[in-house]
Design a protein around this ligand. Sequence first.
Ligand code: NAP
Length: 277
Amino acid sequence: MKLIDGKKIQTEMIEELNHKVSDLMFAPKLVIIQVGDFGPSNKYVAQKKTVGEKVGIDVEHIRFYEDNTEEEILNKIDELNEDPKVNGIMVQLPLPKGFDEDKITNRVSSKKDVDGLTTENIGLLFDGKNAFTPCTALGVMELFKRYNIDLKGKHAVILGRSKLVGKPLIACLLNENATVTVCHSKTENLSSITKKADILIVAIGKKHFVTKDMIKKGTVIIDVGINVEDGKIYGDVNFDDVKEKASFLTPVPNGVGRMTVISLMNNVIKAYQEQSK
Ligand code: NAP
């Protein structure tokens, strides 16, 4: 098995993107809107600030609280949409109960939607057109590219159909001419499907769900899962169990997780370049 080293690729990409940014007239700017004080969200925002700084992107964090109104958040997004100094806008999810995630994420201009979550960008992605791809899906596709994993004609099976990961991956893989099957919690005889996968991408949020009896020899396995137990992080794939059978495998941590934030920065630079045209 060959290890897909997300940490190494992230380091390479930080350097490449930093180089790209140094050729730009101004530092690209990303604004992150957070509502509330949810612990994991605070951690993700901090990671984005750290990586942004390394790349040379100006990251501004705007925090609203549960007692702010939806209208106040929408007004702020309107203002940022109009601000020529702001290249990318993202809303840190999940939002606290009572806030309409769909309405708020869709208020971001599709030209600044660096998280790729507006209905317009999702439509463009499924249409095979130029779009902002959601960051985790983009990160997974980058791993295939960097490890020269050919997708054309291959049977790719995705476990999970979330808006953030599973669904955009359907479009990304189809756009690369893979044959795609997507499974979810209602799928029957799951193992009979996963055993036919040349490429298996797992994003379900269940610790060590995928085991060696569910795959064929030589499968490429991408583990998107992040499951925290007693302060430790586990993937959706039982790494030690499948490692002899897989041809390529991502670890957790230091696999896909490393790719999500750097892919966001990639999208911010893309937004800057497209807005400068
Ligand atoms: P989500 O919104 O909770 O969706 C989970 C998906 O898995 C749903 O489509 C669900 O099916 C499906 N599912 C649940 N149990 C299943 C089972 N037993 N068999 C088959 N499918 C099953 O999750 P998400 O946001 O996509 O995240 C998935 C995992 O990836 C989580 O661990 C999350 O922390 C992690 N994640 C990691 C990154 C990263 O940067 N590495 C980014 C995002 C998410 P239904 O649709 O039928 O309910």
